[in-house]
Design a binder for this molecule. Structure first.
Ligand code: FAD
Ligand code: FES
Ligand code: FES
Length: 496
């Protein structure tokens, strides 16, 4: 099927190449889709596929959730995606399902829809298509491969969906009751074959550039200095829907093969800029398990599946969650550019990367290619804490990460990363100095608490007052002391 779309008045068309998708058993090729058209607007306004709803248009509520699948090594990888903030071209070459695509032609509901009915998981129904799609992605990742859904994976899969009337218990119950039904399997072989054909056809066009190799990305960055570089677009997508900005030319780095990898070295791991947040946190947690519950507080599942660690670091929000952790771990970023006909790179320690509010050392022609994280040395203790109003799908008021080495009851090394307390993610150098060489005692803790309260001058805003932020910094240090000295063996996350 080939269509040329006429964009509604709201969006002045910007020339772009065809967008190819597998949908309902056939490949669609859509012409004239502007580079900054969101997937939700494409579905609802251009294609009149209205099953996906618009709630917040900010990636928060999940009403717009669709499922996309990418063919990787002959298998489909399924992702629940917030279509409201995803540029439509970002899913070029993938398979797409909306809530209208699950039931069979004779009306038989898909098991995820049937479970929602059986568990009374819907009232007004506005959020329901989004929940159903998150459940469908979960079903394809687990139940379709013979795995049962436990309560933790149900909560994770649904963490990006909000419901204002049903309450979550019946929906979680629906998730945990999922069983594979014969006759409902996705024909993965046929879809992979269709997607493979799309991958073999070169995508052309100048306004949505999607390089597949690192040299091609660096050359595109150097040749198109005004183009907007994006990764998962979980920040950049909001500039379209909330900032009403236009992005006439986009460079999307998510298909760059070299940057889709996590590489493990004896002394460090290198996380490519196209690795999504969920995979990045899992890679970091393999060495330091305490990182997983911290990572699971980052946004909700769909944002962690789309957004990247590189995007979080490059965006440089003072309330970004990964940077305090990475600063505490002594991470570096590798910045790359194409200069004088070749790729050049430099390493910058993350605690020296930021130069001001959302400003960094990244030059106009550079790309953040890798985040390099040292592996734990013998005797390392790590605590990472996020304080926000909601447990899931919320931005930090304060974030604190503490890395300590304690020998013979004395602190021999300390690195502390903090977020939400300054114009940039930052390192608490003065507080570290009160710890190093001191006995790891309540007296030293008190000195460190006084130091951290004075080291920063946080702002008061809708998330927290300056006083609260100062106090909570000290309290989080206390929590680190309790946990690291085993005065407190109860992890709050475990109480859930
Ligand atoms: C609902 C919701 C919840 C969120 N919750 C959290 C949260 O809990 N904690 C948190 O920290 N953030 C949160 N965010 C913000 C966002 O998800 C993260 O900042 C994410 O890591 C951004 O990554 P991305 O790949 O989507 O970046 P993009 O949106 O694609 O890009 C963001 C910026 O970084 C630049 N950029 C991206 N990659 C590179 C690169 N490799 N080199 C150079 N520049 C680059 C882009 O040019 C752009 O300026 C949330 C967002 C949403 C929508
Ligand atoms: S409309 Fe709320 S997440 Fe997309
Ligand atoms: S059923 Fe009404 S918002 Fe969820």
């Amino acid at each position: 099927m080939s269509k040329t779309l006429v964009s509604p008045l709201k969006f002045v068309p910007l020339a772009s190449s065809a967008l190819r998708l597998w949908h309902r058993g056939e490949v669609m090729s859509l012409g004239n889709v502007p580079p900054d058209r969101t997937l939700l607007d494409l579905l609802r306004e251009d294609l009149r596929l209205t099953a996906s709803k618009e709630g917040c248009a900010a990636g928060d509520c999940g009403a717009c959730t669709v499922v996309v699948a990418e063919a990787v090594d002959g298998h489909l990888h399924y992702h629940a995606v917030n279509s409201c903030i995803k540029p439509a071209h970002a899913i070029d070459g993938m398979a797409l399902w909306t809530a209208a695509d699950l039931a069979q032609p004779n009306g038989t509901l898909h098991p995820v829809q049937q479970a929602m009915v059986a568990c009374h998981g819907s009232q007004c129904g506005f959020c329901t298509p989004g929940f159903v799609m998150s459940l469908f992605a979960l079903y394809q990742r687990t139940v379709a491969h013979g795995q049962a859904v436990d309560s933790h994976s149900a909560h994770q899969a649904l963490s990006g969906n909000l419901c204002r009337c049903t309450g979550y218990r019946p929906i979680v119950q629906a998730a945990c009751s999922l069983r594979a039904e014969p006759g409902q399997a996705v024909d993965e072989k046929a879809i992979v074959a269709a997607l493979q054909k799309l991958a073999d056809t070169e995508k052309t066009g100048a306004n949505y550039l999607r390089p597949s190799t690192l040299p091609a990305l660096l050359q595109a960055r150097s040749q198109h200095p005004t183009a907007q570089l994006i990764a998962g677009a979980t920040d950049a997508g909001l500039w379209l829907t909330q900032g009403l900005r236009r992005l006439p030319q986009i460079i999307d780095l998510t298909r760059v093969a070299e940057l889709r990898r996590v590489v493990h070295y004896p002394q460090h791991i290198a996380i490519g800029a196209a690795v999504n947040l969920q995979d990045a946190f899992e890679a970091l947690a393999a060495d330091r398990p305490v990182i997983m519950p911290f990572g699971e507080r980052f946004a909700g599942w769909p944002v962690r599946q789309s957004g990247t660690l590189g995007g979080n670091v490059a965006n440089g929000s003072p309330i970004g969650d990964s940077m305090p952790l990475l600063i505490a771990l002594g991470a570096q970023v590798v910045l790359m550019a194409w200069r004088k006909g070749r790729a050049v790179h430099r390493h910058v320690p993350l605690d020296r990367f930021y130069t001001g509010y959302r400003q960094s050392l990244l030059a106009a022609d550079e790309v953040l290619a890798w985040v390099v994280v040292p592996r734990p040395a013998q005797g390392e203790w790590l605590g990472a804490y996020k304080v926000s109003k909601r447990q899931e799908d919320d931005i930090s008021a304060v974030c604190l990460a503490v890395q300590l080495h304690v020998q013979d009851a004395h602190v021999t090394a300390a690195r502390i990363g903090a977020g939400g307390v300054a114009a940039t993610p930052t390192r608490a150098l003065q507080t570290e100095a009160t710890l190093i060489g001191q006995p790891w005692s309540e007296v030293t803790l008190a000195a460190a608490q006084r130091a951290i309260a004075q080291e920063f001058s946080p702002l008061s805003d809708l998330r927290a007052s300056a006083d609260y932020r100062r106090q909570i910094l000290g309290q989080l240090l206390r929590r680190a002391w309790l946990e690291s000295t085993e005065h407190n063996t109860v992890r709050l996350e475990a109480l859930a």
